[in-house]
Design a protein around this ligand. Structure first.
Ligand code: MBD
Ligand code: FE
Length: 287
């Protein structure tokens, strides 16, 4: 069909506004419909192809994978790039970089004062000790900030979604102390991979892509009077560090990982086996 014919048809779909209509929703849906119809026309998309795409999205919805397709297509990273631009325009520079939340946060994790142990002791992975401070953009500590942290286990699985893990395993909310400090003990996460042969995996394969993320730890950092920061740190030696299917890795979010293994230090720490240590500060912008 010619563009003019498509446009005429689309005008028929765009019913006159009633009182309950939302003009913004109408404008956006009309725009998306136009682009979709043009694509169907330009690629001569066949009914079988069209319905198989609908089927893939329906399957993604049923299996809770729409939240994986969004970062997988880069849409969530695109939203981050737009939020960065809005901050630059507002004159906000130099805070900790934001990056994608992903679909695996669960609200309601236990709240701890200043320090926490995230793992339930059943994962034999490498112990990880992480600590740091929440600061404002002048470098001053933010006392009593909330550090919400969540990450995968040593197999790359998240509690709640992985029913074999205990409730809120590797998920905590930590209130920083007077000096904005937090610290926690956990186990080193492994990178996540999308469920094999699921709708996201099938889509990514057709795009010639993989569904792996480098090992990472998620954070929400918040405090009254500050912009909430959604971010992650990445583990530096992961083979997928700069090859994340969700495009979440950013300069400034890859801290040094210190490996501690000397008998002397192990004795001091009381951990009993080699472990990893990370120091990382978060810088928030004021509202
Ligand atoms: C994850 O663990 C994640 O952080 C994102 C963004 C997407 C899928 C799985
Ligand atoms: Fe994740």
């Amino acid at each position: 069909m010619e563009r003019a014919e498509i446009d005429a048809l689309l005008q028929r779909f765009d019913q006159p506004a009633t009182e309950q209509a939302n003009p913004r929703t109408r404008a956006i849906v009309n725009h998306l419909m136009r682009e979709l119809c043009y694509a169907i026309e330009d690629f001569d998309i066949q009914p079988s192809e069209f319905w198989s795409a609908v089927g893939l999205l329906a399957d993604a919805g049923r299996s809770g994978e729409l939240g994986l397709i969004v970062p997988g297509l880069g849409l969530e990273h695109f939203l981050d790039m737009r939020a960065d631009e809005a901050e630059r325009k507002a004159g906000l520079l130099g805070g900790t970089p934001r990056t994608i939340e992903g679909p695996l946060y669960v609200a309601g994790a236990p709240l701890c004062e200043c320090e926490a142990r995230l793992d339930d002791g059943k994962d034999d992975g490498e112990p990880l000790f992480m600590r740091g401070q929440v600061l404002d953009s002048a470098g001053q500590p933010v006392p009593h900030a909330l550090v919400e942290v969540w990450h995968a286990n040593s197999l790359g699985n998240y509690s709640y979604f992985d029913q074999t893990q205990s409730a809120f395993n590797l998920r905590r909310s930590i209130r920083t102390d007077e000096q904005g400090r937090y610290r926690f003990r956990s186990i080193m996460p492994c990178g996540y991979s999308v469920p094999p042969d699921g709708p996201t995996d099938r889509l990514l394969r057709q795009l010639g892509r993989h569904g792996h993320r480098p090992a990472h730890v998620h954070f929400f950092i918040s405090s009254p009077g500050f912009r909430k920061l959604t971010t992650q740190i990445n583990i530096q030696d992961d083979p997928h560090l700069w090859d994340d299917f969700a495009f979440g890795t950013r300069e400034g979010l890859v801290p040094d990982v210190q490996r501690v293994s000397s008998p002397e230090e192990l004795r001091q720490s009381g951990v009993g086996k080699p472990f990893a240590r990370i120091e990382f500060n978060f810088t928030l912008h004021r509202e």
